[in-house]
Design a protein around this ligand. Structure first.
Ligand SMILES: [Zn+2]
Length: 436
């Protein structure tokens, strides 16, 4: 089923003073209906696949979004061969306003099933445990989900217990779609050219591999893929992958005394010596880590794969050196064995790019405040499509979409947080126009 404009009443037509307008009292949101529909479409991405998009089924949602955008009146909306949706809401002002882009990803995580999602709306949440009916062992408790204490009286949407919900990132998709609907139907909201981008395969790190930055032609971007209402993120980790290859010395085990230097045992010693205070399970906030993610080998050769994360690029080098020092120390007892360490850049903290364009974050924070929320600037202990887009020439902050406990069966989002995200998008469009 697709949503057409006629299904939604237009509650206001002629509002001249919108700057501090509380949209929640003047527009009829469509975000919830859209969200409940999108999550029923399975769009799980697949890290094993080499095709673009990694799974054909992601295009099913892409096609629906294009249909809905065209019905709203966004006539250039289209899906490309790689599964990206592009669309433009043309400027309705005389002013020369920089083009801004709103972006969300359509795929869901391979970590948890996204097939046959049955969303449930729990109206007027009062703090009681939410037991998911299709697997009553799945209980969403306030004690485990800190942000639930901000949701009293709101309407919480969950899955039914056997799948994830897909609020990551279909909440963002639905919010952007509702904002498009409102912009087209309320010409009194003045804005420049607004570009829309929906990506496949973000969850497997390939969300921007095939994006056409030239075609987007935007000056600034906002991904709608953050967590709590009011949050905006201008920092991600910087990330490297490191491969440590250990060359041991093999010999017949019956005649190995004084000769064999087992690469497997050397690898084990190195892993055992990794500093606990630099492990993911013992770090938080702005702390970086070294994390062994895979180990394989035999007597003659063994390989340890690491991911290294920190917010500062210098510190990443120090973490790689830490691995080198441990390997040197262990190999002192194995004079015939050698090692090599290959470090490969994965992505970089987008803050370095964003700091050059301070008005992008300023306008974002202002929009959140105008939506009557407390604006909070945070960092992400991970990456987003935005971190790579920022280095491709589209500086891109991440704004809250309201999604929580993502990649799990206990994922949830609230109706009111999604509405606040729609309001934030509308305010952002207006602020860019106003300040141009
Ligand atoms: Zn996401």
């Amino acid at each position: 089923m697709s949503i057409c404009t006629a299904n939604y009443p237009i509650l206001f037509q002629n509002i001249h003073f919108l700057k501090y307008m509380n949209f929640s009292q003047t527009i009829a949101f469509t975000v919830t209906e859209r969200f409940l529909n999108y999550v029923t479409i399975d769009t799980q991405s697949d890290p094993e696949s080499t095709s673009y998009p990694s799974t054909e089924k992601q295009k099913n949602l892409g096609r629906l979004l294009v249909d809905e955008l065209q019905q709203i009146g966004v006539i250039d909306a289209h899906l490309d061969e790689y599964g990206y949706v592009y669309a433009t809401i043309p400027s309705n002002t005389e002013k020369n306003v920089p083009v801004i882009c709103f972006c969300s990803h359509m795929d869901t995580s391979p970590d948890c099933s996204g097939a046959g999602v049955k969303p449930i709306v729990h109206k007027n949440y009062q703090g009681a445990d939410i037991v998911l009916p299709d697997d009553p062992s799945q209980v969403i408790r306030m004690a485990d989900h800190a942000d639930l204490k901000n949701q009293l009286g709101k309407d919480i949407i969950t899955a039914s217990g056997t799948t994830l919900l897909g609020a990551d990132n279909k909440a963002g998709v639905a919010e952007i779609m509702d904002a498009c609907y409102q912009l087209i139907n309320h010409p009194e909201i003045k804005h420049g050219d607004i570009r829309i981008l929906f990506t496949p395969d973000e969850e497997i790190g390939r969300g921007v591999d095939k994006v056409d930055i030239k075609k987007l032609g935007a000056y600034a971007g906002y991904t709608m893929d953050g967590e709590s209402a009011g949050n905006m993120e201008n920092e991600t980790f910087s990330a490297d992958g490191a491969k440590l290859i250990i060359h041991g010395i093999s010999s017949h085990p019956g005649f190995a005394k004084g000769k064999m230097e087992s690469a497997i045992k050397i690898a084990g010693l190195i892993v055992a010596m990794l500093p606990f205070e630099l492990s993911p399970e013992n770090t938080e906030g702005m702390e970086g880590f070294i994390h062994p993610v895979g180990i394989s080998g035999h007597v003659e050769e063994a390989t340890i794969d690491f991911i290294i994360r920190d917010f500062e690029d210098d510190k990443l080098n120090r973490l790689a050196n830490e691995i080198r020092q441990i390997a040197d120390e262990v190999l002192e007892d194995f004079p015939g064995a050698t090692y090599e360490l290959q470090v490969k850049e994965q992505y970089r903290n987008m803050k370095a790019m964003l700091d050059k364009h301070p008005q992008i974050v300023e306008y974002g924070m202002e929009a959140i405040k105008r939506a009557a929320l407390e604006a909070k600037l945070c960092s992400i202990r991970g990456g987003t499509d935005g971190s790579r887009l920022s280095f491709m020439g589209l500086p891109c902050h991440n704004i809250f979409a309201g999604e929580h406990a993502f990649h799990s069966k206990q994922e949830w989002v609230s109706v009111q947080d999604m509405q606040k995200a729609v309001e934030t998008i509308l305010h952002l469009c207006m602020i860019w126009e106003e300040k141009s």
